[in-house]
Design a protein around this ligand. Structure first.
Ligand code: KE4
Length: 427
């Protein structure tokens, strides 16, 4: 089934660390050979052995219209004919900026970069420059890209200050990062008691990097209040949830208004794009208007902008797509829950718009500690059985799943049949 991928992986291992350009792709937590992908088409991935998969990952979120959708490809090809990059302003950047800014009262200006990591790293630097403070608060289980000050694991015991979670990150780089527990306001209050120097609180308002775990409204309200009381900025990292949970991301679910928002994935339509936005008086601190430096050779790349414009304009013209995709996501996880119950397999499920998550867990998952109590061994076996049956779920319990426009009810039903087959094998 995966002979050519196996050979390709062995070859890749000779030239690329772990054979991959991003660790999660190596399938380490689920085992087996990662299929090497030949092409994508609509809801399907095709690997180099000719296997076809119903794809619930969609490049970790960007492809809400599925693989190789005509409109996005046409926009990319048309723009590419004019040249790939100029390192100079183009109309496309302003057009995409307007399309996004118009959706959010709390965003007057936005800056494009080339990844979610870059967007979050820049947003934090701006928050520090704007407030003149150095410390930041993040949450265990939230991932905001791989910039140094965000690669932080929980400190020992009740310590709020984090330790580097990766070699190569000097302790000095993380001593300004305080860690709190998701959906636990007391833990955030402890951070504000531990430092009077908090520049910002950054959160995935709908967490997708510990599995899918939405922040509770009361918790978000509490964060807003604490930030206001202490003069810290509240940053929503919507790199994943933006244009996936709703047309306005998590802001479509909460009354809480963040000071800054980061975007990525969908706004690039599969091309490398990240962005961060805020009200004008914050963004005015950013170079060249203000002193906070931030730059990028391919920031606002015209081909990437053309892809993003094609996707964002279609979503804005057809916002009902989020209800349609949410109904399909609910159909999937609802059917999955019925099958798991029938086989006596503990399962927690969650949906937010076109995002879904499931945990093999006895109890509801409210934070990263809960998520880590899931049955990771069963998840790995389930993932392998589904790959064998042509269903490509995220290769880690600590990821979210996605529904794209061409992934219709027929494919959801087909997936549920395969889940039933897998459960019969596993239980
Ligand atoms: P990138 O630098 O990978 O474009 O974005 C970093 C990032 C920032 N914020 C959030 C909320 C994110 O989910 C991400 C990246 N998401 C992961 C998926 N869990 C990307 C997949 C990968 O690392 O290969």
């Amino acid at each position: 089934m995966l002979e050519r991928s196996k050979a390709a992986y062995e070859e890749a291992l000779r030239y690329i660390p772990g054979g991959v350009d991003s660790p999660v792709r190596a399938f380490k937590s689920v085992g087996g050979v990662p299929p090497f992908i030949e092409r994508g088409e609509g809801a399907y991935l095709y690997d180099i052995d000719g296997n076809r998969y119903i794809d619930y990952v969609q490049s970790w979120g960007p492809l809400i219209f599925g693989h190789a959708d005509k409109e996005t490809l046409d926009a990319v090809c048309e723009q590419a004919q004019k040249g790939l990059s100029f390192g100079a302003p183009t109309l496309l950047e302003t057009e995409l900026a307007k399309e996004i800014v118009e959706l959010f009262d709390n965003i007057d200006k936005i800056r494009f970069v080339s990844s979610g990591t870059e967007a979050v790293m820049s947003a934090i630097r701006l928050a520090r420059g704007y407030t003149g403070r150095d410390d930041i608060i993040k949450f265990e289980g939230c991932y905001h890209g791989h910039s140094d000050s965000l690669l932080v694991s929980a400190g020992s015991g009740a310590a709020t200050f984090g330790n580097p979670s990766s070699p190569g990150v000097p302790a000095d780089f993380t001593k300004h990062t305080l860690l709190a527990r998701y959906n636990d306001l007391e833990s955030v209050k402890r951070c504000f008691e531990a430092s009077a120097n908090i520049a910002c609180v950054i959160i995935e308002p709908i967490a997708g990097n510990m599995g899918l775990v939405p922040a509770e409204e009361e918790f978000l309200q509490g964060l807003r209040k604490l930030c206001d009381e202490h003069g810290a900025l509240l940053i929503f990292d919507e790199v994943m949830s933006g244009f996936r949970a709703s047309l306005r991301g998590a802001q479509g679910y909460t009354d809480v208004v963040p000071d800054m928002v980061t975007f990525g994935k969908v706004i690039g339509g599969g091309m490398p794009v990240g962005a961060f936005g805020a009200r004008a008086e914050i963004m005015a601190h950013l170079s060249p208007e203000g002193p906070v430096y931030q730059a990028g050779t391919l920031s606002g790349n015209p081909v990437a902008m053309a892809a993003g414009l094609s996707v964002i304009r279609r979503l804005k013209a057809n916002p009902k797509i989020f209800e349609i995709l949410e109904a399909r996501a609910k159909g999937l996880v609802g059917g999955f829950k019925k099958i798991a119950d029938a086989h006596g397999v503990p399962l927690q499920v969650e949906v937010r718009g076109s995002m879904f998550g499931f945990f093999f867990n006895e109890n509801p998952v409210k934070n990263f500690d809960d998520a880590k109590r899931s049955d990771l061994e069963f998840f790995a076996r389930f993932h392998q059985e589904m790959i064998k049956r042509g269903v490509y779920f995220a290769c880690s319990q600590f990821e979210a799943g996605f529904i794209c426009e061409p992934l219709d009810e027929k494919l959801i039903d087909e997936t549920l049949e395969k889940i039933e087959e897998a459960m019969k094998k596993l239980v």
